[in-house]
Design a protein around this ligand. Structure first.
Ligand code: NI
Length: 187
């Protein structure tokens, strides 16, 4: 079932989300619907607040990078101690993540399904170590770079009520101010 994606200006995007305490059928159904909604919107990640639920649940699917100039190392990550292709864990669904970004800051263009028609450069650390509890009770420990590291940071920000536009430089914030005001009005 497709869910409607909450848009900029909706207070649900600004709240700190609560941990998922019990993984019941409703959580499984919500995760499945979030994956469907993410695919339909051509997104690579979706956090529960973006479908109106202030809980710590995220879905991610980083597509295979078919760009010939892509760095194949970015498609690999250390997953539970083994170097593996990140495709093996996609779509990735997790609750109550603990993430530790590290390494050099890099600038990359980001967008968000909850912030229509705005893309902007955001500086973030290039790598992430993360503990990602799964719905079945197992845990994925991952150390990754590339788009997955960026996406993990972006989605986990949603759980704290942050949007990528908050992470832009003050110069970029100035250029975005009018557009964001308009978006907030449209709600
Ligand atoms: Ni987003």
């Amino acid at each position: 079932m497709l869910l409607s994606i909450t848009q900029y200006g909706n207070p649900v995007l600004r709240a700190v989300s609560a941990p998922v305490e019990h993984v019941d059928e409703a959580i499984h159904a919500l995760a499945a619907n979030m994956i469907e909604t993410m695919y339909a919107a051509n997104g690579v990640g979706l956090a529960a607040p973006q479908v109106g639920e202030n809980i710590r649940l995220v879905v991610i699917d980083i597509p295979e990078d078919e760009d010939e100039e892509a760095n194949p190392e970015e498609q690999m990550a250390t997953i539970n101690g083994e170097l593996r292709n990140i495709r093996e864990i996609m779509p990735l669904v997790f609750i109550n993540p603990v993430i530790e970004p590290y390494g050099n800051q890099s600038l990359c263009t980001e967008g968000c399904l909850s912030v229509r028609n705005i893309r902007a450069n955001v500086a973030r650390p290039e790598r992430v170590k993360a503990t990602l509890p799964q719905l079945d009770g197992s845990v994925i420990e991952i150390d990754c770079g590339g788009l997955l590291a960026r996406c993990l940071q972006h989605e986990c920000d949603h759980l704290e009520g942050f949007l990528f536009t908050d992470r832009t430089s003050s110069a970029v914030k100035l250029t975005l101010a009018k557009k964001l005001k308009r978006l907030a009005k449209e709600g």
